[in-house]
Ligand binder design. Structure first.
Ligand code: KG4
Ligand code: ZN
Length: 332
């Protein structure tokens, strides 16, 4: 009998559903919430309401696209943590209700593990041990994966996440939320060496981005005093220089982690792994260091249910199920 899992992701502001059959993704549907743009960040209350509106059509589309009836499903999976609690509640309640109605086992997935697992959706997939730099809007981690289900965080941010560093920098430049993709877009037209932002000196494998944000604030204040149109005149070079610094902070730690662990199967994951500068730079570093580099397809970098589905597939094989009394958690 084949293993057909419906997976639901609702941790932040994307409502997503995917179907995986015997480890292969058959559908991955994502409803983006644009309602937050006008507020400069995700508004939790509005996110929960939008999930409530989106979840039925999104699940329906995922099942239809995969050509699968609910009676063919073998398990239901959902994101249990971390995330916005109101958002997580919508996905978890929906998954529990489906599992109960269809009498199917339930699989709880941790969102950050799932980001790492995005590297295992399509061949070529990494061998173990695998080292993954997970960079999202809420987290920045270096994860040592011993196998599909055993992941150890060996480095993390002490303050802001890499995605926040992008988004907060973009906000200082007057760009709308989420600013990460816009910085990426403008950076491609700019000179990354035009402006220098200092790299924080943090011991070990941990990261810090709050100093960079303050540095950018002072840099802009100083230059705007001299030229009120400084941002407009130099937007591309500023974005390229900010991106260059964020990428170098990330990759210098990743290189250190690779040296310390001796691992050469190296990947990236999470929303910021969609960044073109990071993708290019890790390929160059990988070639210089003799790594085999893995980068998920764009649609598997930002939040999606396919990554929840692939994680659920391996949990299913290991018999890792949860009861209907399971509750979501905002923290890991
Ligand atoms: O993983 P994700 O979709 O959601 C979380 O789990 O947080 O990551 C969202 C983050 C946002 O901060 C967004 O600005 C950033 O990923 N992001 C990017 C790019 N695409 C998304 N940052 C830089 N360059 C991009 N191309
Ligand atoms: Zn995420």
């Amino acid at each position: 009998m084949s293993i057909n899992i419906l997976a639901i992701e609702s941790s932040c502001d994307e409502t997503s559903a995917a179907v995986i059959k015997d480890g292969r993704i058959y559908s991955n549907f994502i409803a983006n919430q644009t309602v937050h743009e006008q507020y400069g960040g995700v508004v939790p209350e509005l996110a929960s309401r939008a999930h409530q509106e989106n979840i039925v059509p999104v699940v329906d589309q995922a099942l239809k696209t995969a050509g699968i009836a609910t009676s063919d499903l073998t398990a239901i999976a959902f994101t249990q943590s971390p995330g916005l609690i109101g958002s997580l509640l919508v996905g978890s309640c929906f998954a529990k209700a489906m599992a109960l109605a269809l009498n199917l086992p339930l699989i709880a997935v941790q969102h950050m593990d799932a980001h790492v697992m995005a590297n295992f959706i399509e061949a070529p997939t990494p061998a173990f041990p695998f080292l993954c730099l997970t960079v999202s809007g809420g987290h920045t981690q270096i994860v040592l994966c011993k196998d599909y289900l055993h992941m150890e965080i060996i480095g993390k941010t002490l303050d802001d996440a890499a995605g926040e560093a992008f988004d907060k920098s973009a906000k200082l430049l007057g760009l709308p939320y989420p600013g990460g993709p816009l910085i990426d877009k403008y950076a491609q037209l700019g000179n990354a060496h035009r402006f220098k932002f200092t790299e924080p000196q943090i011991p070990g494998l941990d990261f810090s981005f709050s100093g960079l944000k303050t540095g950018i604030l002072y840099f802009l204040q100083e230059n705007l005093q001299k030229d009120p149109l400084f941002i407009e005149h130099h937007l591309h070079d500023i974005c390229a220089s900010i991106q260059e610094r964020i990428v170098s902070i990330l990759l210098n730690k990743l290189r250190k982690a690779a040296q310390e662990t001796g691992v050469r199967q190296i990947g990236i994951a999470g929303g910021v792994s969609a960044n073109s500068g990071l993708r290019k730079a890790i390929l160059a570093m990988g070639a210089a260091q003799g790594w085999q580099v893995f980068i998920p397809k764009f649609e598997y970098c930002t939040d999606n249910a396919a990554m929840i589905a692939i994680t659920a597939h391996y949990k299913y094989l290991a018999g890792e199920f949860v009861g209907l009394d399971v509750v979501p958690s905002p923290r890991t």
